[in-house]
Design a protein around this ligand. Structure first.
Ligand SMILES: NC(=O)c1ccc[n+]([C@@H]2O[C@H](COP(=O)([O-])OP(=O)(O)OC[C@H]3O[C@@H](n4cnc5c(N)ncnc54)[C@H](O)[C@@H]3O)[C@@H](O)[C@H]2O)c1
Length: 373
């Protein structure tokens, strides 16, 4: 058990002070009395100046090494572009820092395995930022499934449809920086929560496609064209006998939904169906045989994590559950236990996502190998 508490909070440094840190992680730290933001690191000094004002963070640096060797830092959040996660994570865990890293953990399973082994062997808490596991309706759906109320699970279905502009995605559209497009950015979350609900995936058949060049930036400047998928899909078989279908796209016109897009994930079990939707995360759709699916309010106990100071009125429902990642990371550090989802889960999702690319290339099903914990 660690010594951390509100009197001696976990000292966290953010590495990568961009969008996701600003919208998810810093608000999460700010509401957790057991955590404090002590430093921010980014390659952009201009952004760091801005973050001093936005976040009130005293220490800023462009040196990842300085953060990872700083005795005043207990834990780091890695929220940089995908191609930098491996090196930063290895440095942090080798220096005894607890690590929460953004998804995808790396550019491929080989990188992620190294990150996982280093964190595991250096006995630090390691966590993958798989955000949607934390949505209240997803947590409730999981409980209904695990308690047998949906019967034997048969089908899993996931749709993530975004209506994004067709301009450049910046670093996200180059293979050496992102690994893949929609598959690693969006579908990988859905691979993760499907595994969380139904257990290991045995075999997949996948496909990706690219429809847009994205050779112009949002402010009209030409840039090298995109190299990655903007549509990704897979069908899969789970070890438990269920089957799954996933589809993700960033080109679904008319699916803007206040910027949150369309997300639908469901389980059809032998006794009933249950549906999670991102834009209404405090409601679930339920139906038994002969019913129509109907909305049911998520019970209180699933709206926020136990003990968390987060309340449901802190902002937009589809945004504020994202603060719960920090609650889990800090809880794991304080309680001296593994974080959920750990790097191992990040590795398993990466192996499946890599297999989707392999399947597409080979035009064949790919079996998912077992991976030692
Ligand atoms: N879990 C989620 O729901 C979610 C949502 C958005 C983004 N993400 C992930 O978070 C990561 C960051 O995404 P973002 O949207 O915040 O990107 P971003 O481009 O807005 O921010 C990345 C920041 O990292 C900085 N940076 C780049 N290289 C660096 C280095 N070597 N050291 C320190 N700083 C460096 C950049 O200057 C930039 O400020 C990605 O891996 C992305 O996939 C996850």
């Amino acid at each position: 058990m660690s010594q951390h508490s509100a009197e001696n909070p976990v000292k966290i440094a953010i590495i990568g002070a961009g969008a996701v840190s600003h919208y998810h992680h810093v608000p999460g730290i700010n509401i957790d009395p057991r955590a404090t933001l002590v430093a921010a690191c980014d390659t952009s000094t201009e952004l760091l100046e801005q973050r001093k004002k936005d976040w009130g963070v005293a220490k800023t640096t462009t040196s990842v090494e300085e953060i990872c060797t700083d005795p005043e830092v207990d834990a780091v959040i890695i929220a940089t572009p995908n191609f930098t996660h491996r090196e930063i994570s290895l440095l942090a865990s080798q220096n005894g820092k607890h690590v929460m890293a953004e998804k995808p953990l790396g550019l491929n399973a080989g990188e992620v395995r190294e990150m996982y082994h280093s964190a595991r062997d250096n006995k630090v808490v390691h966590m993958t930022a798989f955000t949607y596991r934390f949505a209240p309706s997803m947590r409730y759906l999981r409980s209904l499934l695990k308690s047998g109320q949906l019967g034997e699970p048969r089908h899993f279905r996931s749709q993530r449809f975004l209506d994004w502009p067709e301009t450049s995605w910046g670093w996200r559209q180059y293979k050496d920086k992102a690994g893949a497009g929609d598959l690693f950015d969006m579908t990988i979350h859905r691979i993760d929560f499907a595994r969380d609900l139904l257990g290991p995936i045995k075999s997949v058949c996948g496909a990706v496609a690219q429809f847009t060049k994205r050779d112009v930036t949002a402010d009209g400047k030409p840039c090298p064209p995109s190299e990655v998928d903007d549509w990704s899909s897979l069908i899969g078989e789970f070890e438990c006998g269920a089957v799954g279908v996933w589809e993700g796209t960033t080109l679904a016109k008319g699916y803007h939904r206040n910027g949150f897009g369309h997300e639908w994930a469901e389980i059809n079990g032998s006794e009933g169906s249950a549906v999670y939707q991102l834009h209404e995360p405090n409601t679930i759709l339920l139906g038994k045989t002969g019913d129509d699916l109907h909305p049911v309010t998520v019970p209180e106990e699933f709206l926020t994590p136990e003990g968390s100071p987060r309340t449901t009125d802190m902002g937009e429902a589809a945004t504020i559950f994202r603060y719960d990642l920090i609650w889990e990371f800090v809880s794991a550090i304080c309680e001296g236990r593994e974080a959920v989802p750990s790097y191992y889960e990040g590795l398993m999702a990466q192996i499946v996502a890599d297999s989707v690319l392999e399947s597409h290339e080979k035009r064949a099903w790919v079996d998912i190998p077992n991976e030692p914990v």
